[in-house]
Design a protein around this ligand. Structure first.
Ligand code: NDP
Length: 496
């Protein structure tokens, strides 16, 4: 694992200059993986200057040139995929099966998708709307993008931020979470190996309040693209608005999982366990609130509990491990406190609600947790937990199901489980979320947009829709009569 130097600026790995030392650890074991000095404002300045310098050339490359470089980049990632899977697993406390089967192939597929999409950027109009002019629409890169990413899927989040930006001809300075920078730096390095010029992709590893702030407020950053919590996203948006910068926000979620009484109970129970426990629940689209129609409710709770009993916690490098640790002891304790508060408020903890005994308890592990009898307006139902916790509540009518599903501030993702096409149609229309799955929960694909409604943010990651965030639309209007006195001049003056 190459870990020396967690800044990647103008094509060079190096340490930061903030003077603040920080260690990246494996949260499953506490093992220190790398220690380095974090980025300070000087490093951000340098990275932005490098990105600005690189923009002049990169923005003029042809779509085919960008596409070919990105395809080579995907090949480099593929060749190093085991190294990426191992590092991603250790920095995030993720089971190796998850990083090999989801994080790494998903990110490589994203690179290949945007390599193709780079050649499909288009403006829509070209016509003589006024009669005397030809109008065309150009789609142009914006400039230097300042991106800020969270720790839950370090490589995928870096990919979602960087790829549409560079495919469209922008250059980027990305600030990963200081907890999980290693694969982001490797990602940028692989781009360099593929021939993407120095300065197009820069990584500054530092804390949010120091490096993140410096990036958001830097005068040469044309746009801020942020993925993280709603609380920090609001601060970032307020600052960007004060500086009239474009902003894209992918924020928290609290996905409902609605099971109607005609659903396949076994499929729904399996879907709930997989959807709630993927990445130890640290997934912004994780199933967090299962609403189950009363005739199925008890059987559903019993089956979910039984399936959770079979989920194996263990060392992250063991391919038999189903669920790894949370990102940190701090996050584990936050989750434990939220579950404890729910218990005190009268909820029933059907499974889990504990830090495991034995050696796993030394790491940031938390047991898969199933909660019932919580009040709809309680914190455990309303607030993002970001841990392996599923709350299950009954409902009676279809109207109740839709109302409850929409009854949190968030609107990132949701699922509905039913064999009735009309119920499926209503749920997909009326649930306020950027994605509604029918009879599944979690799958994502590069071709389709990901992004929130309500307090989950605005703007889209992935898919060609993300180009709307990372491009400016320019109208070019070309006079085509050649007349010196244009017909419209008459409304201003008529002398000839
Ligand atoms: P945070 O909001 O705490 O942090 C996100 C990023 O912002 C980190 O890189 C952090 O830096 C940085 N940051 C913190 N404070 C500031 C600041 N004042 N100015 C600029 N940057 C700052 O989120 P988490 O890292 O805890 O990630 C979990 C959250 O991310 C959850 O709410 C989850 O739902 C959301 N998320 C949303 C996704 C979506 O697509 N909608 C996808 C994945 C996660 P640092 O931590 O290094 O100090």
């Amino acid at each position: 694992m190459e870990t020396s130097g967690q800044q990647f600026i103008a094509g060079k790995r190096r340490s930061g200059t903030s003077g603040e030392q920080h260690s990246v650890t494996n949260p499953a074991t506490g093992e220190v993986l790398a220690t380095d000095t974090l980025a300070g404002p000087e490093d951000v300045n340098e990275a932005v200057a490098a990105a600005r310098a690189a923009f002049a050339e990169w923005s003029r490359t042809t779509p085919a040139e960008r596409s070919e470089a990105m395809l080579r980049w995907a090949d480099r990632l593929q060749a190093r995929s085991e190294e990426f899977a191992d590092t991603e697993s250790r920095i995030g406390g993720k089971p190796i099966r998850l990083t090999r089967g989801f994080d790494i192939p998903g990110s490589i597929d994203n690179v290949r998708f945007f390599a193709g999409a780079a050649r499909n950027l288009e403006g829509r109009a070209s016509a003589e709307y006024s009669g005397d002019h030809t109008s065309t629409v150009r789609r142009e890169p914006i400039g230097v993008i300042g991106s800020i990413a969270p720790w839950n899927y370090p490589l995928q989040m870096a990919a979602w931020k960087v790829l549409p930006a560079v495919a469209a001809g922008n250059t980027v300075v990305l600030k990963p979470s200081e907890l999980t920078p290693l694969t982001s730096v490797m990602f940028a390095e692989a781009a360099q190996e593929a021939g993407i010029p120095d300065g197009v992709i820069n990584i500054v590893t530092g804390s949010g309040p120091v490096a993140g702030q410096a990036l958001v407020t830097h005068p040469d950053i044309a746009m801020v693209s942020f993925t993280g919590s709603t609380a920090v996203g609001r601060q970032v948006a307020a600052q960007a608005a004060g500086l009239a910068k474009r902003v894209h926000l992918e924020l928290g979620g609290k996905a409902p999982f609605v099971v109607f009484d005609d659903a396949d109970l076994e499929a729904a129970a399996r879907g709930a366990v997989a959807g709630a426990l993927i990445n130890a629940g640290q997934d912004c689209t994780a199933a967090t609130r299962a609403y189950v129609q009363r005739p199925l409710y008890e059987a559903f709770v019993a089956r979910v509990a039984e399936l959770m009993d079979g989920v194996r916690l263990g060392p992250v490098d063991d391919p038999a491990t189903d669920m790894g640790s949370l990102i940190s002891l701090r996050q584990r304790d936050k989750v434990a406190a939220m579950v404890e508060n729910a218990r005190e408020a009268g909820a029933t903890i059907v499974r889990g609600g504990r830090i495991p005994d034995g050696p796993l308890g030394q790491g940031a592990y938390y047991e898969p947790t199933l909660i019932t009898d919580a009040a709809q307006d309680s914190a455990i139902v309303q607030q993002e937990i970001f841990g392996p916790v599923l709350v299950c509540l009954p409902f009676d009518s279809d109207n109740d199901a839709i109302r409850l599903a929409n009854d949190t501030p968030y609107g990132l993702a949701a699922s509905a489980w039913t064999s009735n096409v009309f119920r499926a149609g209503r749920a997909s229309r009326e649930i306020q979320a950027g994605c509604v799955w029918i009879n599944d929960h979690i799958p994502i694909i590069s071709e389709m947009p990901h992004g929130g409604y309500k307090a989950s943010g605005f703007g889209k990651d992935m898919s060609v829709y993300s180009f709307d965030e990372y491009t400016n639309i320019k109208h070019v209007m070309s006079e085509n009569t050649g007349e010196r006195h244009k017909s419209w001049h008459d409304v201003v003056f008529t002398s000839r």
